[in-house]
Design a protein around this ligand. Sequence first.
Ligand SMILES: CC(C)(COP(=O)(O)OP(=O)(O)OC[C@H]1O[C@@H](n2cnc3c(N)ncnc32)[C@H](O)[C@@H]1OP(=O)(O)O)[C@@H](O)C(=O)NCCC(=O)NCCS
Length: 170
Amino acid sequence: MADIPKNEARTVKNSQVEMTEVVLPQYANVLGTVFGGQIMSWIDICAAVSAQRHSRCPVVTASFDSVHFIEPIKQGQVVILKGQVNAVFKSSMEVGVIVFAESPLTGERRKAVRAYCTFVALDTFGNPKGIPDLAIDGEEEKRRFLEATERRRIRLLHRKIEVKHVHKNG
Ligand SMILES: CC(C)(COP(=O)(O)OP(=O)(O)OC[C@H]1O[C@@H](n2cnc3c(N)ncnc32)[C@H](O)[C@@H]1OP(=O)(O)O)[C@@H](O)C(=O)NCCC(=O)NCCS
């Protein structure tokens, strides 16, 4: 597929993903709730598809932060993951994922997890590659974009501290 030109902005809607899973017994811990690591694996997949829908490039997970487990998800429940790109920078983009737990019998849905992940688009040599801009539409998307920009600032500060730490301590 031909590259999307950098100046051809894509909408948030273009990047939206909805995924459905069921908490089977193998995904549950001894308390009968889903393993946190299993949820993170689903979030990673949902977010990667969203990042690819935006960029139409191979992408890698650069960081995975702000994972908030709000409520436990029980065995037998339906898990709905909704992902979308919040902000696009040069080669990286932040994807927000919200996870809902749904009762299969009543249909009641509760927000269970929220996470933000950063993905980097790569060229054919595996180097970071520029991606299309994000066309922001409306107050809600603007708020998400501004919050994502602030999270990026903090994330990159942490990265700088980590790199300094590795250089100092090996
Ligand atoms: C992510 C990766 C491509 C960044 O490569 P790099 O050589 O450090 O690239 P740069 O320093 O030029 O940064 C490229 C972009 O990544 C962003 N980035 C790098 N590390 C980041 C981090 N920890 N968190 C958030 N963004 C990060 C930079 O801000 C930059 O974004 P921008 O182009 O939008 O400004 C590289 O570290 C990598 O390949 N990591 C392993 C990824 C992986 O294996 N993931 C798990 C499996 S998918």
